[in-house]
Design a protein around this ligand. Sequence first.
Ligand code: PMP
Length: 354
Amino acid sequence: MKPWESGIRKVTPYIPGEQPRISDIIKLNTNENPYPPSPAVEKVISGYPTETLRLYPDPACQVLVDAIAEYYGIGRDCVFVGIGSDDVLALSFLTFFNQELPILFPDITYSFYDVWAELYRIPFRRIPLDEGFAWHKEDYRIPNGGIVLANPNAPTGLYANLNDIEDVLSHNPDSIVIIDEAYIDFGGTSALPLLKKYDNLLIVQTFSKSRSLAGMRIGYAMGNPLLIRYLNDVKYSFNSYTMNRVTLEAGAAAIKDRDYFVQNCQNIIHTREESKKRLARLGFSFPDSMTNFIFASHEHIDAEELFTALKEHGIFVRHFGADRIKNYLRITIGLPQQMDTLFDFLASYIEKHA
Ligand code: PMP
């Protein structure tokens, strides 16, 4: 070890899903949307006046904040935007989780939460999900320094109803409760109506999934103006120009195209429901997903073996090594024809190996 290494902040980083450089693969490994973004985005980008890029962007991100506020019918002072919801969540952990008591989140959830907690040295406690991967509201009635719940949860896909979310909020008036709604548009109901009642609620969403803009990096938080002000104070203490000019305009155009968004989500939901039936017929079991992915385990075939076989066949899905979930594959919902290829392969593989 070098003498200066003892003073370094050492972290075990989050491992993002693979982004292979080859293009003729079926990419079902990082929950991207298989459909293109709204045509309104293409219009903004292709006509973008590049000479304006010599200027800094608006640090308050007003066009995008206003478009999001208008879409949801809330005040512009209730919205914060960032570089994907990862950026918004990371800043939220830094801003809101500052107590000696541990923050709480499920043992199986988005694997970035414990990485941020370690990075910022926030104590945390993982609350075990039950056998069916559900969380229980009673488990969140213990002293804590904050709570973060993904709803629907990832990578399980399970959605918790708003009564359970409200129970957590009402039992924890002294903590900030973050609800990560990255996948809410695929059939769940947002906790947004609870904002009026609970000033300790922060809802985080993203343009990466339901708005087909993972490559643009847009995430946002919705909460009461005081929370948003505290978030902005931290943001301006870190990097004031987070969102670039093109992204701000493209994001505003995307959220205004409500019809395209609704149709896009319906397409994914339809393919997901079909995929559930096909998986069940092949001997897979899975929590009932309300997202754009299905977390599936086969009755006879080992998940890692299947993961490797799929990859060799040019079909990328996600496999996590953690104990309780190592026999599951997380399969993103792709285009119907991509799912056909996946199911053709699965059927013949299972026939040969089961
Ligand atoms: N939350 C959850 C639960 C996720 O699965 C993801 C996607 N990896 C994110 C947040 C972050 O997404 P993004 O930064 O693209 O908005």
